[in-house]
Design a protein around this ligand. Structure first.
Ligand SMILES: N[C@@H](CCC(=O)N[C@@H](CS)C(=O)NCC(=O)O)C(=O)O
Length: 202
């Protein structure tokens, strides 16, 4: 399989999940501004959405959307514990958190990564929108080591990568000490150490 990615972007969560699942992967870097690949061809021919990640399966099909790619990968390695199997209610707890990270954390954070976001919206994001989400995550982490319980899952890989962007935009997380401890805990995982080699911002 092949993953189209940008080091440090949300596609990094897919890489962590692939590593945890012990699935070998070819990588292709995307220039998100120009949408041009390193071989000079257009990324839009791979993924017309122009966003990473995109996963090329061995049969040539292309799967997009980070949360879905991570589900697919985790389902290829059921023993990894990254996502419980269908029929087990614990699966829906993991997906509940994965969806929260995608829709509330990731997409609330994204404007801070864009140079053209108006200053006023940027300030509101930092002062109001993100703290609300951080509060939910911090409170959840009072009850368990990881978002869906005591096991590291795809939701945690995703949360780890997006929360890591706080450092890049100089957003202090110390008001949410359980999040700080959670990020430290996850950063020590061998899979994460391996993937983050050469990626700044963590
Ligand atoms: N809906 C997509 C969004 C992915 C996304 O926001 N990717 C960002 C990088 S973290 C990106 O490619 N941004 C460039 C752009 O939107 O043009 C998903 O969930 O995978």
């Amino acid at each position: 399989m092949k993953l189209y990615q940008v080091p440090g972007a949300c596609s990094t969560a897919s890489r962590i999940v692939l590593e945890e699942a012990a699935i070998p992967i070819d990588l292709a870097n995307v220039d998100l501004r120009s949408k041009i690949l390193e071989d000079g061809t257009s990324y839009l021919d791979v993924n017309p959405k122009g966003q990473v990640p995109a996963l090329v399966l061995d049969d040539g099909q292309i799967l997009t959307e980070a949360a879905v790619i991570m589900q697919y990968v985790a389902d290829q390695a059921p023993a990894s514990g990254l996502l419980p199997p269908p029929g087990n209610f614990a699966r829906y707890r993991v997906l509940e958190w994965t969806n929260y990270i995608a829709t509330e954390l990731h997409k609330t954070f994204s404007p801070l990564n864009r140079p053209n976001t108006p200053a006023e919206y940027r300030d509101q994001t930092r002062a109001m929108f993100l703290p609300r989400v951080f509060g939910v995550l911090d409170a959840r982490l009072a009850d368990s080591s990881y978002l869906a319980g005591e096991t590291f899952t795809i939701a945690d890989a995703y949360a780890f990568v997006v929360l890591g962007w706080a450092e890049k935009v100089e957003l202090d997380l110390s008001a949410w000490p359980r999040i700080v401890a959670y990020l430290q805990r996850i950063s020590e995982r061998p899979s994460v150490q391996k993937v983050l080699q050469g990626v700044s911002g963590h």
